[in-house]
Design a binder for this molecule. Structure first.
Ligand SMILES: [Zn+2]
Length: 371
């Protein structure tokens, strides 16, 4: 069985979710006959750079191409999609990074395309190429034969030589927003006959931290683990994640200055097998969201939250005093430090909760200032 990520990677420009500026610019270039010969696709892993490179190759080499709407069914399109096209060569620069590999490319690119209009070279992890290899490529990038297109993909734009960057058109791929990730997951569910509530998909999306690949891979794992009935509980279990509701409840207890309530709740979570280290990290992320809302005056679009959570976040940001948020961040940072040294996060977590719910019990200088 092929991995779901591969099966559901976008096949044409209309399939691409997010990355609107990239799609728009590439389509314009194709329509105007102004396709460049060297592109640099930069962005975090799993944001669809290689998929986009393949779509561009299809657009150029489709039987009906160059076209912004490759048919995805002709021989050229199909062979590009399954990686067997003679005209579209994918190179993993992490393993083929040396001068000999590049010389080989250099010798081959002068040949005419086998069936399409163009030969396309897609170099993945391009920042790993050696300087020598880049230098061998530079001349080609500068004066390419007319049928040649390079797409360099990289997760680390800063490591790509300035001389290369100046010769390429660069696109920066954004991390997809939560609703975009959920849309893709929903599409996979429909295609696979998977049953999953929105809350479960939102949770998977949150855990994927902006990677389509991670999101779909998680769904893939869950589908086989649960026999195609994915629910919130199974997602939480697999990711070891903390249900958002728990984070809100802890902060509610702090608003109420309910020390006992907060401690009892931590006890319950621990008994349910919740990883407290994960809880500390998720709580910090939650506090960061609250802090952003408090200081920006609204919930920023970039936050990976559903509409429902958005509303709750706004409310809690109003209730929890700003100094408390900052103080708790400081205290939890200690817990994170402890964990890095192999310590148990439980005591520092509990101490932090006691200190912010009962500032009178804490005689440290920071606390006095905080009161
Ligand atoms: Zn085609």
């Amino acid at each position: 069985m092929t991995a779901l990520y591969r099966k559901y990677r976008p096949q044409d420009f209309d399939d691409v979710v997010g990355q609107e500026p990239v799609v728009r610019t590439l389509k314009n270039a194709i329509e105007l006959g102004q396709v460049r010969q060297a592109y640099l696709f930069a962005g975090p892993r799993g944001t669809g750079k290689t998929s986009m490179a393949r779509i561009l190759a299809k657009a150029l080499n489709c039987e009906h191409g160059p076209t912004t709407t490759p048919d995805t069914v002709c021989h050229a399109c199909v062979s590009i999609a399954n990686g067997s096209s003679l005209d579209v060569v994918e190179v993993d620069a992490a393993s083929q990074r040396g001068i000999d590999d590049i010389r080989e490319i250099r010798d081959r690119v002068v040949l005419q395309p086998a069936e399409g209009n163009y030969k396309a070279y897609i170099l993945d992890e391009a920042h790993q190429l050696t300087d020598q290899a880049w230098n061998a490529l530079l001349k080609l990038i500068e004066e390419p034969p007319p049928h040649l297109v390079f797409v360099f993909c990289t997760t680390d734009l800063a490591k790509v030589l300035a001389t290369v960057r100046s010769r390429c058109q660069t696109f920066v791929f954004a991390r997809p927003r939560l609703p975009d990730l959920v849309r893709v997951l929903r599409r996979v569910c429909e295609g696979e006959g998977l049953d999953a509530p929105d809350a479960a998909l939102a949770l998977i999306a949150r855990g994927a931290r902006g990677s389509f690949r991670d999101a779909v891979s998680t769904l893939d794992q869950l589908a086989s683990a649960t026999g195609n009935a994915v629910d919130v509980q199974s997602v939480l279990q697999l990711l070891g994640a903390v249900e958002e509701d728990a984070l809100f409840r802890i902060c509610d207890a702090i608003v109420e200055r309910d020390t006992a309530g907060a401690l009892v709740f931590i006890e319950e979570l621990a008994e349910q097998g919740q990883d407290l280290g994960r809880l500390v990290n998720d709580l910090l992320e939650h506090l960061r969201h609250l802090m952003l809302v408090q200081h920006m005056g609204h919930v920023p679009d970039s936050l990976p939250v559903t509409d429902e959570t958005r509303e709750r976040l706004r409310e809690q940001a109003n209730q929890l005093p700003e100094p408390t948020v900052l103080r708790l961040c400081d205290l939890l940072a200690v817990a994170v430090d402890d964990m890095r040294q192999g310590g148990d996060p439980r005591l520092p977590l509990e101490l932090a909760l006691v200190k912010v719910t009962r500032p009178g019990a804490d005689l440290s200088r920071e606390s006095l200032a905080f009161r």
